[in-house]
Ligand binder design. Structure first.
Ligand code: PLP
Length: 467
């Protein structure tokens, strides 16, 4: 670690943090009060896929900044340079006008998304999804007298932390205590083959088609003329790293076409290479109408999110310029920041020039192979799944019943890895009684040695926690 702040100053930072910062997703009680147990963690520096904390301890980051974000790794000078140059020249102007990096990134992005043409800038995944929901609602009002306004979302999926995105939230533990939610959002069943025994009527064969057909049942029950869009993650992230079963996506596409329902794919986690393709949906030969993305778009070097649509969707907002309400009357102040698209352009160049999509496929295969090999040794691993460098290992008390292990044990595995200097993740306050999946999503620059170091740490941790 290149210490640029003295140990005394760092102590002051920890105390300032303890006293004043409200951390995300964390219970503060242990760090606060009269007899605090331990300190909040401060990450001081990062380089490649390693980060250093306030004690100078080095960690391998197997979760890309904790939340699937830092795809090209830490300490990228070329992104810092691109952002610096851009913000000195022109840092911000509201999004009613364009910017040089905004136009250039949009053009470049569309070369990776055949069929998509328009990009609306915002600054978080939740916000991009809100834009998509508003587009669907406005189309309902413009075209269908307000009737075709419902958005379908899936059990176990997550689309953000704002109230509308939580209304489309399929993770009941995350939603608990934040209701009531907005009307017009309707849940469809999950497509998790490993847990199909928990779904009434799920077949042994052709589960993927059956799971998609459950969506059609919901559409028919709601009335197809009331359903405007279906919003899905390509691979469910925080709900358990759920890869879609064979046959699922083609049937989903068919159903959307049949009932004239817009397909909105939430690529906030999978977008920008995480699964080894530019976008997760491109693994499944499906054509969306709306795609949202955020985390990996600029690898966390600047806040940026995008709501991307087809020209057909865009056209619906310019068909009658005599009507003063006919266009998309939405703004995101910080969607006008130029740091986001400047960082995103350079981020994309790095992904291309360093061959990181291929590396993601190669290292993802190695990670899955290592986890599968470990499953032969540790019966607690019930299922290994993933796409590219987006992998999960579900821990069960018994492989026959698939009963999950206690959450505290999952936490103990994560803590043991931490102790060894490897930061891994686990599904967290997500699905009640089902927060039992270890999550791995290192930066896409990971080498074979890094992958082996991550799985060696997990191997040791499983041995210590479960024997
Ligand atoms: C699939 C998915 N969509 C949307 C979001 C929300 O993104 P943000 O936290 O940037 O609002 C997340 C965040 O984890 C996510 O995993």
């Amino acid at each position: 670690m290149n210490v640029y702040i003295s140990p005394n100053d760092l102590e002051a930072v920890v105390e300032a943090d303890r006293a004043h910062v409200w951390h995300h997703l964390v219970q503060h009680a242990p760090w606060t009060g009269d007899a605090p147990k331990g300190d909040p963690r401060i990450i001081v520096e990062g380089k490649g896929l390693r980060v250093w904390d306030q004690h100078g301890k080095e960690h391998i980051d197997a979760v890309a900044g904790g939340v699937w974000t830092v795809n090209v790794g830490y300490g990228r000078e070329s992104i810092a340079d691109a952002v610096r140059e851009q913000i000195l020249r022109m840092n911000f102007f509201g999004g009613t006008v364009g910017s040089i990096p905004g136009a250039q990134f949009a053009e470049k992005l569309m070369t990776k998304m055949p069929g998509m043409t328009r990009l609306y800038y915002a600054n978080s995944g939740s916000e991009a999804n809100e834009k998509a929901f508003k587009i669907v609602r406005q189309i309902a009002h413009k075209r269908y007298g307000g009737k075709k306004h419902k958005v379908l979302y899936r059990d176990r999926d997550y689309h953000g932390s704002t109230l509308a995105t939580m209304s489309a939230g399929g993770q009941d533990e995350r939603n608990a205590q934040y209701g009531p939610f907005a009307p017009g959002f309707v849940r469809v069943p999950h497509c998790m083959e490993y847990r199909k025994h928990e779904q009434d009527g799920a077949p042994v064969e052709n589960y993927g088609e059956w799971a998609a057909d459950q969506i059609e049942k919901v559409i028919l029950a709601e009335g197809p003329d009331t359903v405007g869009a279906l919003c899905l993650e390509p691979v469910t992230a925080g709900g358990g790293v759920i890869t879609p079963p064979e046959g699922y996506w083609p049937r989903v596409q068919e159903i959307c076409k049949k009932y004239d329902i817009l397909l909105h794919i939430d690529e906030v986690v999978c977008g920008m290479g995480r699964t080894g393709t530019w976008f997760g949906y491109q693994n499944y030969d499906v054509q969306p109408d709306i795609v949202t993305m955020a985390k990996g778009v600029a690898s966390g070097y600047a806040a940026i999110s995008c709501c991307v649509t087809t020209e057909a969707v865009f056209d619906m907002f310019r068909d009658d310029s005599s009507d003063p309400l006919n266009y998309f009357r939405d703004i995101s102040t910080f969607g006008g920041c130029t740091a986001g698209p400047a960082a995103a352009l350079e981020n994309m160049r790095i992904l291309e020039d360093e061959g990181l999509l291929q590396n993601t496929l190669d290292m993802g295969a190695r990670l899955i192979a290592n986890l599968n090999a470990m499953a032969e040794k540790h019966a607690v691993i019930g299922d290994v799944r993933g796409a590219g460098l987006f992998c999960g290992a579900e821990l069960v008390a018994d492989r026959g019943s698939k009963d999950p292990v206690a959450e505290a044990m999952v936490g103990a595995v994560v803590a043991d890895c931490n102790q060894q200097g490897v930061i891994i993740g686990a599904t967290n306050r997500s699905v009640p009684g089902r927060n039992n999946t270890l999550c791995f999503s290192p930066p896409l620059i990971a080498t074979a040695d890094d992958i082996d170091a991550i799985t060696d740490a997990v191997d040791g941790a499983l041995g210590r926690v479960f024997g």
